[in-house]
Design a protein. Structure first.
Length: 253
């Protein structure tokens, strides 16, 4: 259940804004009540702070800074494969970041892109392929060391987890398309939201998405509202334990 406290302020603000916009106390009351019931029924409970802390701030055996390998050791092995996980461990990583997608028959597999074209010898969207079709592809086909890793398979979630446990690696999954499935499958999974500031009003290079002054003002307002929602609504609705900032955005700042 939502706790009485900050939520009272949030829902009171929603009620006042809707009432000012519609001039209807009944309509504002019904909408506010609907939003409250929705939050209560469909929100994911947050993972306990101490449990989340062990994942977000892991202690290394030497007491140094944790090292997380992007898509596994993707320079020395095909990205998002079991070989990449092994290479990451061999190179001293304490954790791996892996990308999770779902096949047409619902099997969770490691794949970054929406299609298999860039990294395999196949073609087509991941979510339109059966797992048996995906399994026949060579995940090393486009890698610089394709001859060394020829025949590498696209691994399943279970295979990746087993390999990471074998090497005592912390796992960070970037779930593509259906992130709610992770929490539905296991409520103890520590989750985070990626925050892209000014995403609605500006492109990645900082240029405005529209040349209209009113359009820029309106999208900027939406960006502010989205930023507020990340910390006050989506945080509670999704039960996340962290907000992640993008390296490219932090680098520009």
């Amino acid at each position: 259940m939502l706790q009485i406290g900050d939520e009272v302020v949030y829902f009171s603000a929603v009620f006042l804004l809707v009432m000012l916009g519609t001039r209807s106390a009944t309509g504002a009351s019904l909408l506010t009540a609907f939003l409250y019931v929705f939050m209560v029924m469909f929100r994911f409970p947050p993972v306990p702070a101490d449990q989340a802390g062990r994942v977000l701030r892991p202690r290394t055996p030497t007491g140094g800074v944790p090292v997380v390998a992007h898509r596994g050791g993707s320079h020395d092995a095909p990205e998002n494969t079991l070989s990449a996980i092994r290479e990451a461990s061999r190179n001293g990583a304490t954790g791996v970041e892996l990308d999770l997608s779902f096949t047409a028959d619902g099997v969770p597999v490691l794949m970054h892109d929406e299609t298999v074209d860039r990294t395999t010898n196949g073609s087509g969207p991941v979510n339109k392929m059966q797992f048996s079709q995906l399994r026949r592809l060579d995940a090393a086909a486009r890698h610089r060391l394709r001859e060394k890793f020829s025949g590498e398979k696209v691994p399943t979630l279970q295979e990746a987890v087993d390999e990471c446990i074998r090497h005592q690696l912390t796992i960070f999954f970037d779930v593509k398309g259906q992130p709610d499935k992770m929490r539905q499958t296991d409520p103890n999974v520590v989750t985070a939201l990626t925050h892209r500031p000014w995403r609605l009003s500006r492109f990645d290079d900082g240029s405005p998405r529209t040349l209209s002054s009113w359009g820029q003002l309106w999208t900027a307002v939406l960006d502010v509202l989205l930023d507020w929602a990340h910390h006050h609504i989506l945080w509670k609705l999704c039960g996340v334990s962290a907000i992640l900032g993008l390296r490219s955005v932090l680098g520009r700042a």
